[in-house]
Ligand binder design. Sequence first.
Ligand code: EPU
Length: 341
Amino acid sequence: MKIQENVPIAPYTTFRIGGPARFFCTVSSEDELVEAVRFAKEKSLRFIVLGGGSNVLFSDQGFSGLIIKNEIMGKTFTDDGTLYSVIDANAGEDWEEFVAETVEKDLFGIENLSSIPGKVGAAPVQNIGAYGAEVGNVIESLRVLDTKTMKFIDLSFVDCKFSYRDSIFKHEKGRYIVTKVRFRLCKQGDVNIEYKELGKYFIDKHISKPSLKEVRNAVIEIRKNKLPDWKVWRTAGSFFKNPIITGDKFAELKKIYPDLPGYTEPDGRIKVSLGWILDKVCDAKGLTIGNVSTYEKQALVLVAKPGATASEVVAFSNELMHRVKEKTGIEIEGEVDWAFV
Ligand code: EPU
């Protein structure tokens, strides 16, 4: 494993923004990962593990520690004779290729998570979710390096404390590094097309019982029509989380904005659509300040022009936070991770 110095981070992220990493390395095995973390510890450096770089914004000054690019590859599919298939996928595997392979093998559970950029190891960290599915629901366990003890351990689904775009990894930041994810996918499941837009897609096409492949293709098409292609645009997808507010607050807002979409969470609170608020309440769909805009078809997604800086993105997001607070009283939270010097 080679540790490089002063490596530009921008090309390793979908925002394509960020100065140099003081140290940078790529790891392709658990042994190399241990070696990299030891290097950082010996030098008292902070370290960040990078997957596909699709949910992170690095500072223009770069990062003064070590960036570890996780490229631990490999996956195995095991049929244990039950209704389920157990799949062990290493953290460096590409998420979208992985989803494609599971659908190809007629396995149900992650087809609604098609077309999401990033790596398998990052999926549980922010509990990726889309079109009514969340990855946490099909994860059985994870193998992680506990950097506090420098031992590899297994974390169960329960240990991970998954909730909306959240997991233990966001609270004990930097402590655990995911090396392998064990999924349990159903061999004879039902597709889930309850998400309004997905259901409507099939109603319009007069398809009442879509197949697994049809659902995957529908998600790909819907995303293509609505979200910017990260290979073309500089973006990290949704920049903020949808806020979760109390029922009273929701009722108060509904009086002013009767069409505000809201979905009841298991704890009774309401998750409201921030894209709708930015668009219909804050008039911010397609808003541009300098090199940064909200995407013309989805206001929750930020896009940056070549030459945009992290400071511009932060200033722009502050402006959106301010507008939302002023109009609704809601304090919004970032969905994208910020990694600043
Ligand atoms: N809406 C508007 N205007 C907009 C954007 C949205 O009116 O500019 C309305 C939509 O019409 C809809 C509602 O707001 O009624 C929700 O919009 P959408 O279905 O696009 O979903 P979202 O809540 O904005 C979330 C995820 C996306 C995921 C979609 C689909 C978060 C932070 N984002 O967006 O994930 O693809 O649902 O399930 O939860 C990502 O994380 O990067 C991401 C793209």
